[in-house]
Design a protein around this ligand. Structure first.
Ligand code: URA
Length: 440
């Protein structure tokens, strides 16, 4: 417990005027809020002051530490425990591919993943399309599974960074989500508590990402890496394109199928390339291989040899699912009806309003409108064409997979897709670069 006591009002006033808060002041404020000695309206005012005035590296580290200290820390022996974090996007299923690849190569991968947030999908929601897969493990089970199996996947638990959970709920309703220091502290407090020695970050940028511009994505990447360094953790960040979905499938069951196909060497190129690159950085950070190039070769070998797919089967079995699902896709819930969306004219695909895709999936029941909503794992979208592809009028560019009683919603989605999501060009469009930058 921070011993000194401060005045809430004077700390709010200080931050409002753009002065720096000391480590002790930040820790006192967060601890007092977590212990309910500071009201929600005062914390909201502080968050807005932090949002507007910004925070330097020292303040961000202090906030991270205060949120980390609000809960339990897991400690693992050895140096090869490496985690990955994506800032979230549309069709981002890379975790299901890179985690078994890295685990097959000898990295221990502790994944505490999230559910869907805003327009973005969540890893935990997606894996729960597999009947019986248990994402609610105790911290003890989590630790034991990681040590025994080298790979474990569960949802957020109340013991990890509880201050973040409280503060996140306030940020969500006070327009203070998209602040680089607040995002940094939120992500890093959870990641540090999970006990990884290193972290590979996938920072998305574009129309489907929280960070719309490459400049902001880089600033977030730098802030996350600087904070990781202060806590003596190794970190690498890739800045990656999220102006269109990663891979071709968006949903739950269909994203799992695309991940299984990728682990069998038959995945779309963008998803394959990014998953291999992220896995290779994990292999490298864990010290399994001396160079990134050797790590990339190893990652590819884990796919080619079928070892990565075996790791995924092991994970599914260990957490209560039927591993046969990776070969028998009929074990996954799937929508029965498909509505096709065709190109309205000849040309090239120029742009997708990617955030809209996530919102349309929610409309179909593949995401939550409110916290208590149940996810329909069977509905989803398939992109038949991506940015830069040439199309002829009438070519299928997009499929809506929906239930029999959702024909009217599907027709509505079809017209929104053509009107608001898709932009075509009559001239050739360059395929966007997937990995825009690397920060380490
Ligand atoms: N993800 C998090 O965990 N926290 C944020 O603040 C934003 C994205």
């Amino acid at each position: 417990m921070a011993k000194e006591s401060f005045e809430v009002y004077s700390l709010l006033d200080k931050k409002k005027k753009g002065e720096k808060l000391s480590e002790k002041e930040i820790k006192w404020f967060i601890q007092s809020y977590t212990e309910k000695r500071i009201e929600d309206y005062q914390m909201s005012a502080m968050l807005m002051a932090m949002f507007i005035q910004g925070m330097d590296v020292v303040e961000t580290a202090a906030l991270t530490d205060a949120m980390l200290e609000s809960g339990e820390h897991i400690k693992f022996p050895g140096k090869n425990v490496i985690d990955k974090h994506s800032t979230g996007g549309i069709g981002d299923k890379a975790s299901f591919i890179l985690a078994p690849i890295a685990a097959a190569a000898g990295v221990k991968v502790p994944m505490i993943a999230g559910r869907g947030l805003g327009h973005t999908g969540g890893t935990v929601d997606k894996i729960e399309a597999i009947k019986g897969f248990n994402t609610s493990l105790s911290l003890n089970e989590f630790q034991k599974k990681l040590m025994d199996d080298g790979l474990v996947l569960m949802g957020q638990t109340p013991e990890i960074a509880p201050a973040d959970r409280l503060i996140y709920a306030l940020r969500d309703v006070t327009a203070t989500i998209d602040s680089i220091p607040l995002i940094t502290a939120s992500i890093m407090s959870k990641k540090l508590a999970e006990g990884a020695n290193g972290i590979v970050l996938d920072i998305k940028t574009g129309t489907g990402a929280f960070m719309r511009t490459t400049k902001d994505a880089k600033a977030l990447g730098k802030s996350l890496i600087a904070t990781a360094k202060r806590f003596k953790k190794k970190a690498v960040a890739l800045i990656t394109d999220m102006n269109q979905p990663l891979g071709n499938s968006v949903g739950h069951s269909n994203e799992l199928i695309e991940s299984f196909e990728t682990l069998k060497g038959r995945g779309p190129k963008d998803l394959t390339d990014l998953s291999l690159a992220l896995a290779a950085h994990m292999i490298h950070l864990a010290g399994v291989e001396k160079t990134y190039e050797k790590s990339l070769k190893k990652a590819q070998l884990m796919v080619d040899s079928g070892k990565a797919l075996e790791e995924l089967k092991k994970l599914i079995r260990s957490q209560g699912g039927d591993p046969k699902v990776v070969d028998d896709y009929s074990l996954l819930p799937m929508a029965k009806e498909v509505t096709l969306v065709r190109a309205p004219k000849n040309g090239f695909i120029k742009m997708f309003q990617n955030e809209q895709i996530g919102l349309l999936l929610i409309r179909l029941g593949g995401g939550r409108k409110s916290k208590a909503d149940k996810i329909d794992h069977g509905v989803g979208f398939e992109f038949k064409k991506k940015i830069g592809d040439q199309v002829r009028k009438g070519d299928v560019i997009f499929e809506i997979h929906h239930n029999l009683d959702q024909k009217a919603i599907a027709e509505d989605i079809k017209s929104i897709f053509l009107k608001d999501v898709l932009t075509m060009s009559s001239t050739k469009i360059k395929t966007p670069k997937l990995i825009i930058d690397k920060l380490s």
